[in-house]
Design a protein around this ligand. Structure first.
Ligand SMILES: Nc1ncnc2c1ncn2[C@@H]1O[C@H](COP(=O)(O)OP(=O)(O)OP(=O)(O)O)[C@@H](O)[C@H]1O
Ligand SMILES: O=C(O)[C@@H](O)C(=O)CO
Length: 418
């Protein structure tokens, strides 16, 4: 079984969708307490909330996650980080990779954020989002992990103790044998992170076949999807969530999420803006939002968002990110107590806060509402959740997943990432 450790909740659903799409029976866990889990899977994805925590804490949680996966039969591990890298110079991708490699007894780790399905490609070690270098996109203004460099080797070197080398596209294009030879040569001098170029799924397939038996591999959902394809025995039809009243909770401040919120507002659906002030508690913020919800018509979909564009966030006091996450978790728990069964959450950190407030432990992977955005079913609590990565889904995703709008022409639709 392949074990996957994802550093946030939306990343976990993205990678679970990739493995499920590849035909693997895939289970999703959002807790390391898997002792009573009795599922059967070819791939088990464990979603943590470690993206923005100090390296030592992330290492401790990731090693604990590995123990939980190994106890369920995982033989090797894939460390899933964001396809836009989302990690600052004091971030933890390097330290966690090295700790997992130490635990599993390997010294060469191939790593790539390339995810062609989401428009992420890596060339000469530089990460592109569509036709732009990462640092030229809105990711430069991310509230927690502003990305101001696009060179993956440089980003990783700032965090890593091991050297970082590049596996260039020319070697990938020369095929599996050439990649294996280069990995062997790079590993001959000691431990090493190897950042791999990849422009399309065929490149990822070559890398996947070269790392088929590697104990530790790292990257976005792209490479592990290819690993899944290489070991898959078939395909299966994911289930569709039942229709019903739906709320959207948004904490992502990404360009795409802001567009999705605007599209929801523009078709006249109810929107509540969470605005925290100094000294305000998460409980106060959540109570006010829930009072607003209680005043809506019984079947009205609604959106509650803290999301703001960068120019509005610039003047916000310190600590707002934590406050909004906690408030959004409390709102989700309040909505579930009121009987709501379908919740859409935008943003990985925000989703982590919500699944923890809802006490979601394991979930089944259902149909994708957009590439990398599958519905998940928390059977224990009877909840259907759509944990949406900040940059994913088309502009009308929130409109599409909250029900039909009579006569507005915005039928069901999916969309690519930005
Ligand atoms: N108005 C705001 N001011 C400051 N921070 C905010 C505001 N609204 C939300 N935040 C915080 O910004 C962060 C957004 O991160 P989150 O991971 O939820 O979204 P994302 O990074 O866009 O999504 P993903 O990780 O899936 O790509 C959260 O910590 C959230 O609490
Ligand atoms: O890789 C991505 O872009 C997403 O799965 C993600 O990690 C969002 O937080």
């Amino acid at each position: 079984m392949i074990g996957v450790i994802a550093d946030d909740a939306t990343g976990a659903t993205d990678v679970a969708a990739a493995l499920s799409r590849a035909g693997l029976r895939t289970a999703l866990a959002l807790t390391t307490d898997l002792a009573r889990w009795e599922g059967h899977a070819d791939a088990l994805v464990l979603g943590l909330k470690t993206r923005s925590v100090p390296a030592a804490d992330a290492v401790r949680q990731s090693l604990e996650a590995w123990e939980a996966l190994a106890a369920q039969g995982a033989e090797r591990v894939y460390l899933k980080y964001c396809s836009t890298f989302d990690s600052t110079p004091d971030g933890n991708i390097g330290p966690v990779t090295e700790a997992l490699a130490g635990r599993l007894g390997t010294r060469t780790v191939v790593t790539t954020p390339s995810a062609p399905l989401h428009g992420r490609t890596v060339y000469q070690g530089h990460l592109f989002v569509g036709d732009r270098l990462l640092h030229e996109t809105h990711m430069a203004d991310h509230p927690r992990t502003p990305m101001r460099d696009s060179s993956v080797p440089r980003l990783l070197r700032a965090q890593a103790r091991w050297p970082v080398e590049l596996l260039p596209l020319a070697v990938v294009h020369a095929g599996t044998g050439a990649v294996r030879d280069r990995l062997e040569a790079l590993g001959a001098h000691g431990a090493v992170h190897v950042v791999a170029d990849a422009l399309d799924e065929a490149d990822l397939d070559v890398l996947a076949s070269a790392v088929r038996t590697a104990p530790v591999v790292a990257g976005s959902a792209g490479l592990v999807g290819a690993i899944g394809r290489a070991s898959s025995a078939g395909s299966h039809a994911p289930s569709r969530p039942p229709a019903g009243r739906t709320a959207v909770l948004a904490g992502s401040c990404s360009h795409r999420t802001l567009e999705q919120i605007a599209a929801f507002r523009d078709v006249g659906r109810p929107l509540y803006q969470l605005t925290g002030g100094p000294g305000q508690s998460a409980n106060e913020l959540a109570d006010a939002a829930l009072r607003w919800w209680d005043g809506l018509a019984d079947d009205a979909p609604a959106l509650i968002a803290s999301s703001q564009p960068p120019e509005h966030r610039a003047s916000a006091p310190e600590g707002m990110a934590d406050l909004y996450e906690e408030a959004t978790g409390l709102i989700a728990a309040g909505l579930a107590e009121r009987g709501l069964r379908r919740l859409v959450i935008a943003g990985g950190e925000t989703s982590g806060a919500v699944v923890s407030a809802l006490r979601t432990r394991v979930a089944e992977i259902g149909e994708e509402a957009a590439p990398g955005v599958p519905w998940i079913h928390d059977r224990e609590h009877g909840l259907h959740l759509l944990l949406k990565s900040g940059n994913f889904g088309g502009p009308t995703l929130f409109v599409d997943v909250t029900g039909d709008v009579p006569g507005d022409g915005s039928g069901a639709g999916t969309g690519a990432a930005t």
